[in-house]
Design a protein around this ligand. Structure first.
Ligand code: HEM
Length: 490
C-alpha cells in the first residue's frame, strides 16, 4: 500500500482478532447487508489479519468482479475441502490459472447455451418421471426432487439411467453431497481459518476433522471414478454406451501424450456437474413449491397461461417456452426471491488494487453479496414478495428489469457455467408440475390448511426450512396424462 490509502470503511477492528466478534456464525449475508446499509456498498472487515471485502451492490460487483475480472477471479485456500479431503479435482475451488482455465473451457463446451439443447430429451423424460413419482408418493416430494435432478445429471454426464433411491449411483452421489454440505458452511471447520491445523495428526484430541476428511476423501474418490470408469471400460470393450458428455468427449480424444491429461479433465468436470448443480437446483425447486403454496394467485395465473398456450391434452415441452412469458417470469422470480447461494463463492484478487480511493490487498476474501443485490428494493420493489409480474410489461418479459441471473449465479469469469442448464431444467420441471398438479398447504388434524412461513437455512447453499405440502392432480385428465407419459417411457 505505497500511497497509504485507506481500506474500505467498516466496523472498528480489535487488536489481533480484528472483527472476529462482529462476525455472526450464521446468515453472514444479513450482517453484511446491514453493514452495506451503514457504511456503503464496499465494506471491509478484518478477521485474524485476513481482509474481507464485501461488495453490496451490482455497481461494485460489476466494477470489480466483472470489469476487473483479470484480477478478481482467484479463489482463497480451502484447506479442509481441497487439501485434506483431496478435492483438488474440483475446479470450483481451483486457483485462477491454466489448470482452472482448461477445466472451465472443457465444461463450457458441453454446457454453453447452444450445447445444452441436446440434453432436452433427457430433461423432458425426467420431468415426466417427476410427475409420475409425485403422483405415486406426493408426501416424498423432497426426496423425489433430489432423485429427479440426480437422475437427470447422471444421464447427461454418463448415460447412466437410475431408477430409484436405492440405486448405488444415487447413494454414492448423496454420500458425496453430504460431505460437501457439511464442509461448505463457512467456519464449520477451524482448519479453514487456521490452515496450520492440517498437520495435527488424527489421533490428537480434538482432531476429529482428520477422520472425517479421510472418510470423505474415499467417498469423493468413489464418486469421481465410478461413472467415468464405467463408461470408459465399456467403450474399451466395444460395448454399447448411451451417448453422454463423457462418451462424446472420449470418442473425440486426440491421440498422443496429452490424451491422459485431457481424460483427467473430462473426468473431473463431469463429476463436478453433479456436485455443483444438485443442491442448488434442489433448493430452487423447494422454493418453487413453497412459493406456490404461499402465493396461490401466482399458481393460478401460471396454470391459466399453460392452459391457454399448451391446452390440457398434452404436457408442456421446450417448444412452448417462448410462448410462456409468465412461466419464464416465474422461473426468474424463483431464482431471485430467496437467494440460493447468498454470498456466491468467495473470490480473491491476484494483485493489490485500488478502487474509488480504497486499497484492496492481494489475497483478500472478496464477497459479492448476491442477497443484497437480489433483495434491493430499488431494483425489485417489495423484494420479500414472490411476484413474477415484476419481470413483465404488456404481457411480455420486460428487458429493463435487472435479470436476477446476473447475481444469482455469481460473478465475472467464475460465474456459474451451469446456469443455462439449470435454467432449462427449472423451466421444464416447473411447467410440468404446474400443468399437472395443484400445490396447496398441508391440512391439520381438523382438516384446516396449516399456515406456512418462508424461512431459509444458513450455509453455502440456502434452502427453505423443511415444510410439508399437498400435491394433487388438477383433474382426472391430468392424472391420465401423467399415466400415459409413464407408458410412453417404457
Ligand atoms: C439454481 C442453480 C444454481 C445456482 C444458484 C448456482 C450458483 C453458483 C455460484 C454462485 C457459483 C460461484 C460463482 C462465483 O464464484 O462467482 C457457481 C459455480 C459453479 N457452478 Fe453453479 N449454480 C447452480 C447450478 C449449477 C448446475 C446445474 C451446474 C452444472 C451443470 C453448475 C456448475 C457450476 C460449476 C462447475 C461452478 C464452478 C465455476 C468456477 O469456479 O469456475 N451449477 N454456481
Amino acid at each position: 500500500n505505497p500511497n497509504r490509502l485507506p481500506l474500505p470503511p467498516g466496523p472498528k477492528p480489535l487488536p489481533l482478532i480484528g472483527n472476529l466478534l462482529d462476525m455472526p456464525t450464521s446468515f453472514l449475508w444479513l450482517t453484511f447487508d446491514k453493514w452495506t446499509k451503514q457504511y456503503g456498498d464496499i465494506v471491509s472487515v478484518n478477521v485474524f489479519g485476513k481482509t474481507f471485502i464485501i461488495l453490496g451492490s451490482s455497481r461494485t460487483t460489476n466494477d470489480l468482479l466483472e470489469k476487473r475480472s483479470a484480477i478478481y477471479s482467484d479463489r482463497v485456500r480451502f484447506p479442509m475441502l481441497v487439501e485434506l479431503m483431496g478435492l483438488d479435482w474440483n475446479f470450483a475451488a481451483m486457483r485462477y490459472g491454466d489448470n482452472w482455465r482448461r477445466h472451465r473451457r472443457t465444461f463450457h463446451q458441453q454446457f454453453n447455451q447452444g450445447a445444452i439443447r441436446k440434453y432436452q430429451p433427457i430433461q423432458t423424460r425426467e420431468s415426466r418421471l417427476l410427475l409420475q413419482r409425485l403422483l405415486g408418493a406426493p408426501q416424498d416430494f423432497y426426496s423425489i426432487i433430489r432423485l429427479t435432478f440426480t437422475a437427470t445429471i447422471l444421464d447427461v454426464m454418463y448415460g447412466i439411467r437410475v431408477k430409484d433411491q436405492d440405486d448405488d449411483y444415487v447413494k454414492t452421489a448423496e454420500d458425496f453431497m453430504d460431505s460437501l454440505i457439511e464442509t461448505g458452511v463457512p467456519g464449520a471447520f477451524l482448519v479453514d481459518i487456521l490452515p496450520i491445523l492440517k498437520y495435527v495428526p488424527a489421533w490428537f484430541p480434538g482432531a476429529g476433522f482428520q477422520k472425517k476428511a479421510e472418510h470423505w476423501r474415499e467417498v469423493g474418490k468413489r464418486f469421481l471414478n465410478t461413472g467415468f470408469n464405467e463408461v470408459k471400460d465399456a467403450m474399451l470393450k466395444g460395448k454399447y454406451v448411451a451417448p453422454s458428455v463423457v462418451s462424446t468427449q472420449l470418442e473425440n480424444l486426440p491421440e498422443g501424450p496429452e490424451a491422459r491429461d485431457i481424460e483427467e479433465v473430462i473426468k473431473n468436470t463431469s463429476a463436478l456437474g453433479y456436485a455443483a448443480g444438485a443442491d442448488t437446483t434442489v433448493s430452487a425447486m423447494e422454493q418453487f413449491f413453497l412459493a406456490m403454496i404461499l402465493y396461490p394467485s401466482v399458481q393460478k395465473k401460471a396454470q391459466e397461461e399453460l392452459d391457454r398456450v399448451v391446452g390440457r391434452l398434452r404436457l408442456p415441452d421446450f417448444e412452448d417456452r417462448e410462448n410462456l412469458p409468465y412461466i419464464n417470469a416465474l422461473v426468474k422470480e424463483t431464482m431471485r426471491w430467496q437467494p440460493i447461494t447468498p454470498l456466491a463463492v468467495v473470490h480473491s484478487p491476484i494483485a493489490d488494487d485500488v478502487y474509488n480511493g480504497y486499497f484492496i490487498p492481494k489475497g483478500s476474501f472478496v464477497f459479492g453479496n448476491s442477497w443484497s443485490i437480489l433483495q434491493d428494493p430499488v431494483a425489485y420493489p417489495d423484494p420479500q414478495e414472490f411476484k413474477p409480474e415484476r419481470f413483465m410489461k404488456d404481457g411480455q418479459l420486460n428487458p429493463d428489469v435487472q435479470d436476477p441471473d446476473t447475481a444469482a449465479f455469481g460473478f465475472g469469469r467464475r460465474i456459474c457455467p451451469g446456469r443455462y442448464f439449470s435454467d432449462s431444467t427449472l423451466y421444464i420441471f416447473i411447467c410440468s408440475v404446474l400443468s399437472a398438479f395443484n400445490i396447496t398447504a398441508p391440512l391439520d388434524e381438523k382438516g384446516e390448511p396449516i399456515r406456512l412461513e418462508m424461512k431459509m437455512t444458513s450455509g453455502l447453499v440456502s434452502h427453505p426450512e423443511v415444510f410439508r405440502c399437498s400435491i394433487i392432480p388438477r383433474s382426472a385428465e391430468a392424472e391420465l396424462l401423467i399415466k400415459e407419459s409413464a407408458m410412453e417411457d417404457q
